[in-house]
Write a protein that binds this ligand. Structure first.
Ligand code: ROI
Length: 160
């Protein structure tokens, strides 16, 4: 199955956090990294007295089921010493399962497509770079439709 993962970090060398997470994703049993987006510097959503984030997206091919993949991603977060200081606050690494094929999943622990996907520039922009505006978001339609509605002016490409 083709799946997309969102990556974000604003603590502890964000660039390194994201590159080691990408490496770890590629090493997961049953998954391999197909492509990763550029890195983007983005203003924090949530409390403003925290550093800017680096955000990226990854495209993977996986044979893991969604909940298993979620656990694997959470394991990577823990391995990288995920620190979460407060609600919507700064974090060392955040891995979100954005899309899993064209499946819609509504479980207490996992919602796919990720509920923030269509309204957050820091998710949309990297995802669009990888998948293009025609990517189908189940329940929401084409990705490009949401991109034009979103303010991406402060989502700055920093690398690649
Ligand atoms: N803000 C930005 N810019 N990027 C993120 O990845 C991010 N992640 C979060 C919250 C705290 C909502 N804000 C964010 O979880």
């Amino acid at each position: 199955m083709r799946a997309y993962v969102g990556l974000g970090s604003n603590l502890g060398e964000p660039m390194e956090q994201i590159s080691s997470a990408l490496h770890a994703i590629d090493q997961l049993a049953g998954s391999r990294l197909i492509a990763s987006s550029s890195l983007y510097r983005t203003p924090p959503m949530g409390p403003q007295d925290q550093p800017d984030y680096l955000n990226a997206a990854a495209e993977i091919e996986t044979s893991s089921e969604p909940l298993q993949l979620l656990q694997q991603l959470q394991y990577i977060e823990q391995q990288q010493g995920r620190v979460r200081k407060r609600h919507w606050g700064e974090r060392t690494i955040d891995l979100d399962l954005l899309l899993y094929g064209e499946q819609q999943i509504n479980l207490p622990t996992l919602q796919v497509p990720h509920p923030g996907l269509i309204e957050r520039a820091f998710v949309l922009v990297p995802l669009m770079e990888l998948a293009g505006e025609l990517l189908w978001v189940p329940g929401q339609g084409e990705l490009g439709k949401w991109l034009v509605r979103c303010d991406c002016s402060e989502t700055i490409k920093v690398e690649k």
